[in-house]
Design a protein around this ligand. Sequence first.
Ligand SMILES: [Zn+2]
Length: 394
Amino acid sequence: MQTTVIHASRILTPEEEISDGIIVVEGSRIASLGHRDTVRIPAGATDYVAAGTTVVPGFVDVHIHGAGGHDVMEANARALDRITSVVARHGTTSMVATTVTAPVEETCHSLAGIARYIRSHENAEEVNPESRPQAEILGIHLEGPFISKAQRGVHPAETIARPSIEVLDRFMKAADGLVRILTVAPELPGALEMIAHAVAENIVVALGHTDADYDQARAAIEAGARHSVHFYNAMRPFTHRDPGIVGAILTDPEVTAEMIADLVHVAGPAIQVLLGTKGFDTVLLASDGIAATAMADGNYRLGNFDVTVKNGVARNSEGKLAGSTLTLDRAVRNVVGLGVSFKDAVRMATILPARRLGLAGRKGVIAEGADADLLMLTPDLRVAGVMTRGAGLS
Ligand SMILES: [Zn+2]
């Protein structure tokens, strides 16, 4: 088995900081780590010196539609290879491929393609250290069609659907059981039953694209919803007599809030309100990145509709924001720029999303037995090196 020994001046696990540390990677996993005086270095290992950088876990993106000119709904190996390679260069080492609202048949076709791709990469225990870093697709996030027409953002109104356990079951079957997150507007008829069904199937239910009032949002949380997508965006706005969905999420410590920290979707002070209210254990950084991510301005597709990107901001023909071109390395830099500590910023992009997905032992941490998904970050928080499941550093 290929063994790599990474020598780091600083490691952030991210719960613990280790200076003058060593990480031993065997195959695709982390075998051991600690201060250099405490770790036994196996014979015949390849050394990698990460001088002048901090080694952190790879970022986990729970909401991403595409990158590098491709959308996950294309669902073929070429598109998904390209997306996973492009985001890896920006530090994302695992992701939940996110669909947008589309006709049911078309969605099923995309789900089947993404599922085939995921299955074909499973059990790939044999690590080729020479291969380039590539994010792992952990599953699928269904953003739509069970959303509010009033808060649809750019999702096409004609294919938005009422919550239906039957349709959700069709999606789950097409996705070979790999649906991990379901975004839903809880005020819609049938939503609470569908939420309970999804939770029983081990799907993380996220509130989003919703016009729910406070009581409707509470009912969804009671039914098992525990996450919310792009907090503030495409949600009934908060007011002091009608706190709505925003008030319900802000005041429930069990519910995580995903934030698009590109400083376009949400203004800095509103991010500070979110963090000041919920603290640093329940706010996750997600990109909502689309095909235009890491590409020049121009015209792109999101799902099956057109968007135009100008100065890195994606909008549809009506001028509504249409996802982002954000990468998680930039999101981390942006929140650090707002005064969040480096450690908290890294946690928001690593262990917190991994925990929400129920993968905290394997993803988003530097720990014995965890996948060897590692980043070397420069002091100005640029990605200087990436390892994904043991590959990519050499
Ligand atoms: Zn959205």
